[in-house]
Design a protein around this ligand. Sequence first.
Ligand code: NAD
Length: 479
Amino acid sequence: MTPARHYINGEWLGQGALRDSLDPATGAVLGQYHAGSKALAEEAAASARRAFFGTNWQTSPRQRADALFQIADRLEAAQDEIAGLIVSENGKLRSEAMGEMIGAISELRYYGGLARTILGRTFEAQTGALSMMHREAAGVAAIIVPWNAPVMLLARSLGPALAAGCTCVIKPAHQTPLIHQRVMECLADCPALPPGVVNSVNENGSEVGEAMVASRDIDVISFTGSSATGRKIMAGAAPTLKRVGLELGGKAPAVVFDDADLDRAVRELTRGALVMAGQICVAATRFLVQESILPEFTARITEAFRSVRTGPGADASSQMGALIDKENEARVAALIERAGDECELILRGANPGGKLARGAFLTPSLFRTDDLQSPLVQEELFGPLVSIEAFGDEAEAVERANATVYGLAASVHTANLERAMRVSRAIRAGTVWLNCHGRLFAEGETGGYGQSGLGRLHGVEGLNDFLETKHIYMEQGSV
Ligand code: NAD
């Protein structure tokens, strides 16, 4: 396999030291990629700037729609192959990888439609004085993507950026360069996409990302990743006063009332917590359970977690795949130890051993605590490890749900419609699911309250990060 390369001004570049990309299920080397540099990031940003000012891209909505549909078509033609790469390089289940591809393709088609409907407004503030509020592309957008959904999270920013008329520089995560290379090959094959409109630079470390954040050629940063990196990006963007869209970490509470359909809640929360081995920003990570059903809920969810089959994503019988790498397995294993020391460990996860010993596997864990100050409750753990906390009444449920610095997502489980609405409105989070957990789609905005981020992606509001509003004013008089 040719090492994954950078893509600048319509050319593939094989510059920079070669690094290995590993299969998290086996530890085997899957392939290699060229790591980028500050110089390559600057070259890519300059290329995107030339394309923004030197082509009609920003004023050609129909071409932009064509380009987005072409990208979607090419990804669809390659979806089995790319899903295979997601399984092998990311460790996901095949079903999760296919779900990611289908979601990404849907996202690009959704923004292909919106590209032709970027609407401003006109008004007459005084007789004969006409104001046109024109919506136009913000300029060059840098898109920085994490490893946990490398195709979907790229599409979620690239779709609205291209629909709005921006040109782009992409930086994939160093854990998923081979998946990204195949996606870029689909983009490179789109006749409606002029050279320089989409550029991409790989990296190992943070040099490329930091250079993009500092660059004067870049107007917007669309970042998805941890809150810690989000803070650095916001600080790094300050000298050039860039616009930043930040989709950051989460610590989603799932509030289960005593009238909830427990079969459904247990099914939803097992999946909602363990999808992608818990490595998804909106994963259910805290089960807040009304005291009267605590014993029954705990018994049922423990049984459900225990029966999940952990194994390689390529094995059709697996129900939960690998963590992204051995470092993360060790990090989460240390958190499990800590939960055992500081709380009641109800279910202790471990590497299943045997043939899976070399892979980054951990079976699910559950711990019981009511300590809101515990770092295990306050911090994003990003693995198959969930707390169970008790609450007495509705007010305490809301207080607990809002007790962390995060506000990305939550779910409420109850048969009482009024209570469902009251509690979902009181929870400070960008998404609240009722009697289910973890439904995401192109039409519905996502984003964070608090330290889960700034701005929204998906939906019509996803365009806002990539558009400026210009007031064009004319006194034409009256007849
Ligand atoms: P991360 O913050 O470590 O890295 C994300 C990206 O930022 C990577 O491409 C990385 O190379 C780059 N980066 C690292 N340091 C940088 C710097 N100083 N300047 C610029 N770029 C830099 O996150 P991760 O471990 O790859 O991903 C997991 C995190 O992403 C979790 O916290 C998860 O909650 C979050 N996430 C959030 C959403 C959302 O929609 N809110 C979605 C997916 C993942």
